[in-house]
Design a protein around this ligand. Structure first.
Ligand code: DC
Length: 224
């Protein structure tokens, strides 16, 4: 039996991480946070002294990445060599390393099989940039989640404020536009909706409303 997979792709701060988590919880399915794999690899490489441009060594590290996702209470703990790095991998320096290692073709290839391994019964919700186009091209439901740059910047602003970090909204909007430009136009694995993806705009919608839409669509397709 093939395991059903729902893919959620989209640009930065589109809300896909939260939507994917809530959806997986509602369905009782597994969750793949593929961005966390690139983040852990960035951190691992940094700790091992491997330069972000040393593609062959990075691919080798990726093939044997000692990462584990441990479900704990309502959250997932990300472990690198047994150490909880869940918070560390969200820091800015690791985000930058992640985006650099994610631009390397052989790194992406090395992580492909690893990602396929997450598709276990009863089902998988896979969150990322290329889940529907590259990693799970035969997924029976693919979602491409967007929101306006202004709304995504507002969400980011609120997240930072909640953490007590000051930010400038206009600068965040600019940053998000720059990031989009890079993500949509990069040579390797550019961000694209799969041709058969359902495109959802979350600009004016809550997480719950978006999750409800996806659950409805999953029901119509006989996945629930
Ligand atoms: O979604 P995120 O911010 O945790 O992703 C971290 C980095 O990895 C970001 O630069 C985008 C990249 N990424 C990717 O290229 N492909 C994926 N499937 C997931 C993330």
């Amino acid at each position: 039996m093939t395991v059903p997979v729902i893919t959620i792709d989209g640009p930065v701060s589109s809300g896909k991480g939260t939507v994917a988590r809530e959806l997986a919880r509602a369905l009782g399915w597994h969750l793949l946070d593929s961005g966390a794999l690139y983040r852990v690899l960035g951190l691992h490489a940094y700790r091992r002294g491997v330069a972000p441009e040393d593609e062959a060594s990075l691919a080798e590290l990726a093939r044997h990445l000692p990462v584990r996702f441990v479900e704990q209470d309502a959250d997932t703990v990300v472990e690198l060599e047994g150490e909880d790095v869940s918070r560390r991998i969200r820091e800015q320096d690791v985000s930058n390393l992640a985006s650099r290692v994610a631009a390397l073709e052989s790194v992406r290839a090395a992580l492909l099989e690893r990602q396929h391994g997450f598709a276990e019964a009863p089902g998988l919700v896979a969150d990322g940039r290329d889940m529907g186009t590259v990693v799970f091209p035969r997924a029976p439901l693919k979602v491409f989640l967007t929101a306006s740059a202004e709304e995504r910047a507002r969400r980011r602003y609120k997240q930072l404020n909640d953490k007590g970090i000051g930010a400038n909204l206009a600068a965040l909007i600019e940053e998000i536009r720059d990031r989009d430009e890079r993500d949509y136009n990069r040579a390797v694995a550019p961000l694209r909706p799969a041709s058969d993806a359902v495109e959802l705009d979350s600009t004016t919608r809550s997480v719950d409303a978006v999750v409800a839409d996806i659950l409805d669509e999953a029901g119509r397709r006989g996945l629930t």
